[in-house]
Design a protein around this ligand. Structure first.
Ligand SMILES: [Zn+2]
Length: 328
């Protein structure tokens, strides 16, 4: 056996021995107990810090629909060309569901609950991604919702109608509660079939029904806990808020549904069809994107490609999305 063979064999052995150790250290015991499934093939969680605050993007999976829904005023030929140039499907746009867990002051706060099964079969992965970092639904102390569309609240209800997160206080914007829950809203502004609108409206009420007693209504602008402030961003819905996570000199801006996909709503200025008041939504988008660009604040886009982190760059004609580099 020559030196080369010996070295190569040693390296291979240490790689085999090393792999399980890394697996346990990175994922904790819970991950090892999860049943193997195609969904667990790649990481669905991404940890980083905002000053003293621990932050983890937890994917709830994906939803999607025709690109036209998310770019309602785009000229057809231009939309097709933009999608082709970005190597995206021209007939289906995939949207991620990037919920954010923040750990601060001894509390675990989830920002957005995710879609669950309300918007198709590819949501509801938040639970396995929580398990992958060694946590379960009972470990969540509070859930803060940007707006009450089903893809942001669907996981609040279990399949049997109970509470998914047994101990969590659920913070909901007051204007959305009044519009979607206390009333029967006219959703004819949404560019989707009538039966979709009906199911959409019903999913909002049924998702919130089991947590009715645990809801705390807030007005955008309020601070939820030290380090988590809500920002007025109405237009998409009457009450939609975006969020600023802050600690020391570090900040993170969560843009909720000011934009669905960076290719159509950041790199191009098109307006999402589901925006109820499109002019107000566009004004909110510009005000908050301008702040992110001017102050160079890291941004988390709820529907952007996982993990949805990056920055807004101001360009001559608008903005450009610059994804963050992966941190190990
Ligand atoms: Zn959404």
């Amino acid at each position: 056996m020559n030196a080369f063979t010996l070295n190569r064999r040693t390296i291979m052995l240490s790689a085999v021995v090393g792999a399980p150790t890394l697996f346990v250290a990175g994922g904790g015991g819970a991950e090892a107990q999860s049943p193997p499934s195609p969904a667990s093939g790649n990481a669905g969680h991404y940890r980083f810090r905002v000053g003293d605050i621990g932050a983890t993007v937890l994917s709830d999976g994906v939803i999607g629909g025709p690109p036209r829904v998310y770019a309602s005023d785009a000229p057809e030929a231009e939309l097709q060309e933009v999608l082709r140039r970005a190597f995206l499907s021209t007939d289906h746009m995939t949207l991620n569901l990037n919920t954010l867990l923040i750990e601060t002051g001894g509390r675990r706060i989830l920002v957005e609950a995710g879609a669950g099964a309300t918007m198709g079969p590819n949501g509801g992965r938040i639970f396995q991604n929580l398990a992958a970092i060694g946590l379960g639904p009972a470990d969540i102390d509070a859930i803060v919702i940007s707006h009450t569309h089903p893809d942001h609240i669907g996981n609040l209800r279990t399949a049997s109608g109970g509470k998914s997160f047994p101990w969590a206080t659920v913070f909901v914007p007051r204007a959305d509660w009044d519009f979607f829950v206390r009333n029967d809203p006219d959703l004819s502004y949404m560019p989707v079939p009538e039966d979709f609108r009906r199911r959409f409206a019903a999913a909002i009420k049924s998702s919130l029904e089991p947590v009715g007693k645990d809801v705390e209504l807030y007005d955008a602008g309020a601070e939820i806990v030290p380090g988590l402030t809500t920002i007025v961003a109405s237009g998409h819905t009457p009450g939609m808020a975006t969020f600023l996570v802050h600690s020391g000199n570090d900040q993170l801006l969560l843009t909720a549904d000011l934009a669905y996909h960076p290719v159509v709503n950041v790199d191009n200025p098109w307006r999402p069809g589901p925006d109820r008041d499109k002019d107000t939504a566009l004004a909110s988008r510009r005000r908050i994107f301008d702040r992110a660009a001017a102050d160079r604040i890291p941004v988390l886009g709820f529907h952007f490609p996982f993990p949805g982190l990056g920055r807004m760059l101001k360009t001559d004609g608008g903005y450009a999305w610059v994804p963050a580099n992966w941190q190990f």
